[in-house]
Design a protein around this ligand. Structure first.
Ligand code: ATP
Ligand code: MG
Length: 286
């Protein structure tokens, strides 16, 4: 038998088996494995499935015994502590915002992000980002506080993003912004703040990559193994005039589920987000 013929006889996981293991969190190598015959494949599938079920049940048992918070909540707590320690002040702002606020972000008619907005009645929507609210607070607090000062918010954002392994309709954004440092310090400060968040998350290896944003123009993304976890930038920016901001700023927006996905090596973001199928990263049909 030729090598090609031998290869053709080797079998892969069935679609149902692959789907089951994917849901349980199997890595691509496991999903792509090739077996000598169907019996060997079915035995390997069973072994993987049993392993995931055992681990999942153990993890849920530990969560229950320790009263452990979900990874998302735990990460929010770590980030609050780290940012509070660095002098940032936490704010909580409305989840429902106005069309006007989006227009002031440059997201007017015909803008691509507009398609992704969950609209409510009366020209209001569920916020797709935290920036409009933070811009407003920067201006208002800027009348009162000396420079530099920083604020941050952690909270839900909503986008009709095409469903994929790294997009959720509702996700958790951390947005931090600092106003009033000299413009020439902004890039170094951006790197320092990215390091602060990545360190608090527990991710050592990441890269800063220059990109273009539909909203802000030139930006820096934080990437982990090529996957974006944050977009960041420095002002002044052409949008600032809409918000009455005239000083330099540095701002970073992280997706918390993306951070968890990167740190835990999850193949699918759903596992890290608000879910009825997973609790603390464990699939419940085990
Ligand atoms: P992408 O290009 O990956 O769709 P984006 O550039 O549109 O993301 P930003 O507007 O830069 O996203 O938002 C800041 C961060 O919020 C992103 O770096 C990402 O971590 C997170 N994020 C954005 N959209 C989603 C989503 N639909 N689901 C989960 N996280 C998201
Ligand atoms: Mg981005």
């Amino acid at each position: 038998m030729s090598a090609d013929e031998a290869e053709a006889l080797r079998v892969r996981l069935t679609a149902t088996q692959a789907q089951r293991l994917r849901e349980l969190g199997a890595d691509p190598l496991t999903l792509d494995a090739v077996y000598a015959d169907a019996t060997t494949r079915d035995a390997a599938f069973k072994q993987h499935e049993d392993g995931f079920v055992r681990d999942g049940r153990r993890r849920l048992q530990e969560s229950r015994a320790d009263g452990r918070a979900p990874l998302l909540v735990e990460l929010e707590t770590c980030l609050r502590t780290a940012l509070g320690g660095a002098g940032f002040v936490e704010v909580v702002t409305p989840v429902i915002i106005t069309t006007d606020a989006l227009a002031k972000m440059g997201i007017g008619h015909a803008h691509p992000l507009r398609e992704q907005v969950f609209w409510l009645d009366d020209g209001r929507c569920l916020r797709p980002m935290l920036a409009p609210n933070l811009y407003t607070l920067l201006r208002r607090l800027g009348r009162i506080w000396s420079r530099p000062f920083g604020i941050f918010e952690v909270g839900p954002c909503f986008r009709r993003d095409s469903k994929g392994a790294s997009h959720l309709n509702e996700f958790t954004m951390l947005n931090l912004v600092e106003l009033g440092r000299p413009a020439e310090q902004c890039r170094a400060r951006l790197e320092e703040l990215a390091a602060l968040v990545m360190d608090a998350t527990g991710i050592e290896e990441y890269a800063l990559v220059r990109t273009e944003s539909e909203v802000y123009g030139e930006m820096v993304d934080v990437e982990v193994k090529g996957a974006e976890v944050c977009s960041a930038g420095c002002g002044p920016n052409p949008l600032d005039g809409n918000w009455g901001i005239v000083e330099p700023w540095v701002g970073l927006g992280f997706g918390l589920e993306r951070l968890i996905m990167a740190r835990e090596n999850y193949p699918n973001i759903e596992r890290a987000g608000r879910s009825l199928s997973y609790v603390d990263g464990v699939r419940l049909n085990i």
